[in-house]
Design a protein around this ligand. Structure first.
Ligand code: PLP
Length: 462
């Protein structure tokens, strides 16, 4: 029997994988999750030496209702666009292992999930004869990765909102220099949270969503989390084998809680994860939660790692659901409280951790620059500022000698200004980005108004 998906809020009927992919956010406002989490402990040995695509096929097969031959083709198509044969290679820097997730077409980790999601959408739509209008909100990297996932497709239009002037110039050009007819970039005068709130509110209007066949690619789509589970197994099994250690820890730079949630699922499925080190920048709602049990909104502040400049972490609800004992009624009450007051708390006994698997901390701008400078001097390795936040916090919270894999989420050339500030030299380049410099662009500017965005969608939807 293939896996069914249920809503964290418990008020949507269970559905199959392909419906879950097309639905994105559940109709009751919750997030879709698998009805059960498979235990793969017995298969780890056999999986330990599989190439990336093979492992992806094995893991993904546990969660999907796609015939095996089709699934194999989808996976190999999705990682064809990666510039490294291992898809997500590991490198050494000092005594850390760095998992490079940025070899996809937009040079950021989101390609791992969005190349796969784009191919999935196309596969499902071409079978049903339907079309799709994707609405996305991005703080930078999601937008370009989503656009590259679906550009030029016949059955898909994509609308991507980004906060005007708050993404790096390179990130902006990566999105707006894609001129395919099915791509609509929108610069919203507001913050990323404004963009995300508009998106969520539009998606709550089921009638509008249905009439315009709207779908999501944001990190709430289960298929994205699924694709990300693969590299935790791939890297974890490889390093455990090479180092002969029984357990492995990961340090993960975090914004929307999507990447690290995949690590949490990997651990629940049986990967021997010792700890997940959650690293935020100054927008620290998640590290405060894991240190205190209180999840409370702060002001979004712009940082050197803009893809993590987030207060409301869209995937957090999935984790919270499990943390409170898979109790949808209580989850609804907590989310209601959060909507009303901007805060929610879970009770903790004295000395009790929110979650023994997680340890959390914040990397500041000063930490970011000093880590980039030091890794360049001491190891000849350039870190992008998001990765640097993960390493700064990882180094601080790691136990002595603990084997640690740090997730590298973007190529440094995407954030060349931070590299210049940290090292004094303009070292970070990539030919793909250099070529964008004089490319023609297309983008619509709109106010942070739900109505304005709706009107634009109505005018341009398939
Ligand atoms: C999106 C992003 C992150 C944060 O990932 P989440 O899944 O939102 O936690 C970190 N680094 C980069 C470069 C990103 O694009």
């Amino acid at each position: 029997m293939s896996m069914k998906y249920i809503s964290t809020r418990g008020q949507s009927a269970p559905m199959g994988f392909q419906d879950a992919v097309m639905t994105g956010l559940a109709a009751d406002g919750g997030l879709l999750i698998p009805q059960s989490i498979p235990d793969v402990t017995g298969r780890l040995q056999e999986w330990a030496e599989l190439p990336y695509r093979e492992l992806a096929f094995q893991l993904t097969g546990l969660f999907t209702d796609i015939p095996p031959d089709d699934l194999k083709k989808l996976i190999s198509l999705s990682y064809e666009s990666f510039r490294h044969p291992e898809v997500t290679p590991l490198v050494r820097a000092g005594d850390l292992r760095i998992l490079e997730l940025f070899h996809g077409p937009t040079l950021a980790f989101k390609d791992v999930a969005l190349q796969w999601l784009g191919n999935l959408f196309e596969y499902i739509l071409s079978r049903s004869g339907h079309h799709l209008n994707i609405l996305a909100a991005t703080s930078g990297d999601t937008g370009s990765a989503a656009i590259y996932g679906v550009r030029g497709r016949q059955h898909i239009h994509i609308f991507v909102m980004h906060p005007a002037g708050r993404t790096s110039p390179t990130q902006e050009r990566q999105m707006t220099a894609v001129l395919d007819d099915n791509v609509f970039n929108i610069a919203v005068s507001g913050t990323f949270d404004d963009c995300q709130n508009i998106m969520k509110s539009i998606f709550r209007d089921v009638e509008f969503k249905t009439r315009h066949a709207l779908g999501a690619v944001n990190s709430v789509n289960w298929a994205r989390v699924l694709a990300q589970i693969v590299y935790y197994f791939y890297a974890g099994l490889k390093v455990m084998r090479e180092e002969g250690c029984p357990e492995i820890s990961f340090s993960v730079p975090t914004g929307n809680f999507g990447d690290i949630l995949a690590g949490w699922y990997a651990a629940r499925m049986g990967l021997p994860v010792k700890r997940l080190i959650l690293a935020t920048n100054e927008n620290d709602i998640l590290s405060r939660f894991f240190n205190t049990g209180t999840y409370s909104l702060g002001q979004v502040v712009p940082t050197l790692s803009p893809s993590m400049d987030i207060q409301v972490a869209s995937n957090f609800e999935r984790y919270l659901y499990y943390r409170i004992g898979e109790d949808s009624e209580r989850l609804r009450a907590l989310m209601h409280e959060f909507d009303q007051t901007g805060a929610l708390s879970i009770p903790l006994a004295s000395g009790e951790a929110v979650e023994p698997l997680f340890t959390a901390g914040t990397g500041t701008a000063a930490d970011t620059l000093s880590v980039i400078g030091r890794y360049h001097r001491e190891h000849g390795y350039l870190l992008d500022p998001h990765t640097a936040v993960g390493i700064a916090v990882g180094e601080r919270l790691r136990k002595r000698g603990e084997p640690l894999i740090c997730l590298a989420t973007a190529h440094p050339a995407k954030f060349s200004k931070a590299i210049l500030d940290a090292t004094g030299s303009d070292l970070a380049h990539h030919e793909l980005l250099d070529r964008l410099a004089d490319a023609p662009t297309r983008c619509k500017s709109l106010p942070a108004s739900e109505q304005a965005i709706r009107d634009f969608i109505v005018q341009n939807a398939l």
